[in-house]
Design a protein around this ligand. Structure first.
Ligand code: SF4
Length: 497
C-alpha cells in the first residue's frame, strides 16, 4: 500500500469541501493555519451519534469492528485499514466502520455486509428522517472510493429514522430504523463524482493555490473557514451584509464595483428593514417601546430554555426528534429596581426529566406575573408539550404560558435598532451591538445545537468521564444567554426612562 499522505489524500469530508470550492480544499491541505479559529462541533456531534449507530449495529450483530466512528482527524486510519483488510481476508460477513485507501482515495463507511456471491451491501446511517442531495453526493464518493479498492458493492442503503415510530414498551430498532436503497441514484451520480474526484486529486498535487473568485459558494452549504483570507478586501459595511437581499444581486453589485451598503443606488427597491440598515442610524420608537413595557408586570422572570431532540425516543409514547427540555436559566426581578436573582436548573437524565423540568421551572417562576423570553416559539412549544404530558400541572403551566411575553418583538418591529445590529434580530448580533464586550468566544459551548448534542452525550452515558465538565459548560452557556436577556431588558428600559 502506498503510504498515507494526508495532504494528498481525498476523503469523504475533503471531497465535500472540494465540491464547495477547490481553493478551500487546497488551503485546507496546504495552509490549514489560515482557517478562522472556530469551536469545532464535529467531535460532540459524532459522540452524540455513536449510541444510535450502536443501536443500528445490533440489527446486524456478530460483526467485526474495524475502527470506531470518530472524527476524521482523530481516527487511526492505518489501523482501521489493516483491520478491514484482515476481516475481508478472513471472510467476515459483517464489518463495522471498515476503511479503505487506494489511489489517493480514503474512505470509511458505517457497515458492510458480505453477500453469498462475494459482493457487499453497504449501509450508511443518517440521523435524519430524509436523505438530502448532499448526503447522496457524499455517498456517491463512498461508493466510488470503496469500489476503487476492489470491493464490489451490489447494493447501497441509507438507514434513516422512521418519523412515524412511537416508543411503546421496549424500544424496537427494526421499526425505528428505515432502510432505503439508493443504489440506482448513486450509480447515476458516479460519472460526475469520478470527474470531480479526479479534478480534486490534481488540485491536491498542485503546488499552486487555485484562483477562485469569491461567490455564493463561500457560504453555501457551509460558511468557509478561509473567508478571512479571501474576503480580506470586503469592507465591514459591504453589500454582503444587507440582510434578506438576494445573493445573486449582491454579487452583481460587487462585480460592478459597488462595494458598500451606503453606495446602493436610490433606484434599488429595498424593504423597510433594509432601508433602516442602509441608513446606518440608531432608531428608537419610544411610544411603541413604552407600550411594550406597559404590558410587563412584576415580579417578572426573564428566562431561556435549552432542549435536545433525541433521534431515539427516550420517553414512553415519544417520537423521534421530539424536543425534550433539560435546562433553564433566568433572572427573577421581584419589583422595579430590585436586584435580579439568577435561577437555573439542569435536569438529571432520567425518565422523570419532564416533571423535574416543569416543577423546577414553576418553583423558579415563583408567581411571576410576566415571563419574558426572546422569541417565545421554543419556550411555548415546550410548555405545550409539558401540558400534554403532565395533566396534573395543567393549570400552572397554562398560567405560565399566558404570562409569556416575547422580548424580541420590539427588536423585530425596529422600535429599537442600532447600526451594529447589522439588520439582524438574533441575539448573536443584538447583544454585542448593545455591549461590544458581550460574546460567546470564551465559552466551550457556543450554540444551542452544541448544547443539545452535549446533553445527548450526558443522557446516553452518565459514566462518561467528562460528564461533570459537560454539565458545567451547559450551565455556563445558558447562564450567558440569560445574562444577555437581562442586558437587553435593562437597555430597552433605559431607553424609555
Ligand atoms: S472563501 Fe470562498 S473562494 Fe475562498 S476558499 Fe472559501 S469558498 Fe473558496
Amino acid at each position: 500500500m502506498k503510504d498515507l499522505n494526508f495532504s494528498q489524500t481525498l476523503s469523504k469530508t475533503s471531497f465535500s469541501r472540494g465540491r464547495q470550492c477547490v481553493k478551500s480544499l487546497w488551503l485546507h491541505k496546504n495552509k490549514p493555519e489560515l482557517k478562522t479559529k472556530r469551536i469545532s462541533e464535529g467531535k460532540i456531534l459524532k459522540e452524540s451519534g455513536n449510541p444510535v449507530l450502536d443501536l443500528f449495529f445490533k440489527k446486524y450483530s456478530g460483526g467485526s469492528e474495524c475502527g470506531r466512528n470518530q472524527i476524521e482527524e482523530e481516527k487511526d486510519w492505518p489501523l482501521a485499514i489493516d483491520l478491514t483488510k484482515q476481516a475481508i481476508k478472513d471472510g467476515v460477513k459483517i464489518l463495522y466502520n471498515p476503511a479503505f485507501f487506494a489511489n489517493d482515495l480514503l474512505v470509511d463507511i458505517h457497515l458492510l455486509q458480505k453477500n453469498d456471491d462475494g459482493s457487499y451491501t453497504a449501509f450508511v446511517l443518517k440521523i435524519a428522517t430524509r436523505i438530502s442531495d448532499r448526503s447522496l453526493q457524499a455517498a456517491a464518493y463512498q461508493l466510488f472510493a470503496i469500489e476503487n479498492s476492489g470491493i464490489i458493492i451490489s447494493e447501497f442503503k441509507f438507514v434513516i429514522i422512521n418519523n412515524h415510530y412511537r416508543l411503546r414498551g421496549e424500544l424496537n430498532p427494526s421499526k425505528l430504523f428505515r432502510e432505503v436503497s439508493v443504489t440506482q441514484k448513486l450509480r447515476l451520480l458516479l460519472p460526475e463524482t469520478i470527474t470531480l474526484a479526479e479534478k480534486m486529486t490534481k488540485v491536491l498535487y498542485s503546488k499552486k493555490e487555485p484562483q477562485i473568485k469569491i461567490g455564493p459558494h463561500c457560504t453555501e452549504p457551509h460558511t468557509c473557514e478561509f473567508q478571512e483570507r479571501c474576503w480580506g478586501k470586503v469592507p465591514s459595511d459591504s453589500i454582503f451584509e444587507l440582510v434578506g437581499f438576494p445573493k445573486h444581486s449582491m454579487f452583481n453589485f460587487w462585480n460592478q464595483g459597488l462595494r458598500s451598503i451606503g453606495k446602493i443606488p436610490d433606484s434599488t427597491t429595498l424593504s423597510f428593514n433594509q432601508e433602516i440598515q442602509r441608513k446606518k442610524i440608531k432608531r428608537l420608537d419610544k411610544k411603541s417601546l413604552k407600550h411594550f413595557f406597559n404590558e410587563i408586570k412584576y415580579p417578572l422572570f426573564l428566562v431561556d430554555f435549552e432542549g435536545f431532540l433525541p433521534a431515539v425516543p427516550q420517553l414512553q409514547g415519544g417520537k423521534p426528534f421530539e424536543m425534550i427540555p433539560f435546562l433553564f436559566s433566568g433572572f427573577y426581578i421581584a419589583a422595579p429596581h430590585a436586584e435580579p436573582i439568577h435561577k437555573f436548573h439542569l435536569c438529571e437524565p432520567t425518565e422523570n426529566i419532564l416533571s423535574e423540568f416543569a416543577l423546577k421551572l414553576i418553583e423558579a417562576a415563583d408567581s411571576a406575573q410576566s415571563i419574558l423570553c426572546y422569541d417565545t416559539l421554543t419556550e411555548k412549544n415546550v410548555l405545550k408539550m409539558l401540558l400534554k404530558r403532565l395533566p396534573e400541572l395543567e393549570t400552572t403551566l397554562k398560567d405560565l404560558m399566558e404570562k409569556m411575553i416575547d422580548l424580541s418583538n420590539p427588536i423585530k418591529r425596529k422600535d429599537f435598532y442600532l447600526p451594529e445590529m447589522k439588520g439582524h434580530v438574533s441575539l448573536k448580533y443584538v447583544l454585542p451591538a448593545i455591549d461590544s464586550d458581550f460574546g460567546y468566544e470564551s465559552l466551550e459551548i457556543q450554540t444551542g445545537r452544541m448544547a443539545a448534542n452535549t446533553y445527548q452525550v450526558i443522557y446516553d452515558n452518565m459514566n462518561n468521564v467528562e460528564v461533570e465538565k459537560h454539565k458545567e459548560n451547559l450551565i455556563a452557556y445558558c447562564r450567558h444567554d440569560a445574562i444577555g436577556l437581562l442586558k437587553l431588558y435593562q437597555s430597552l428600559l433605559e431607553e424609555i426612562s
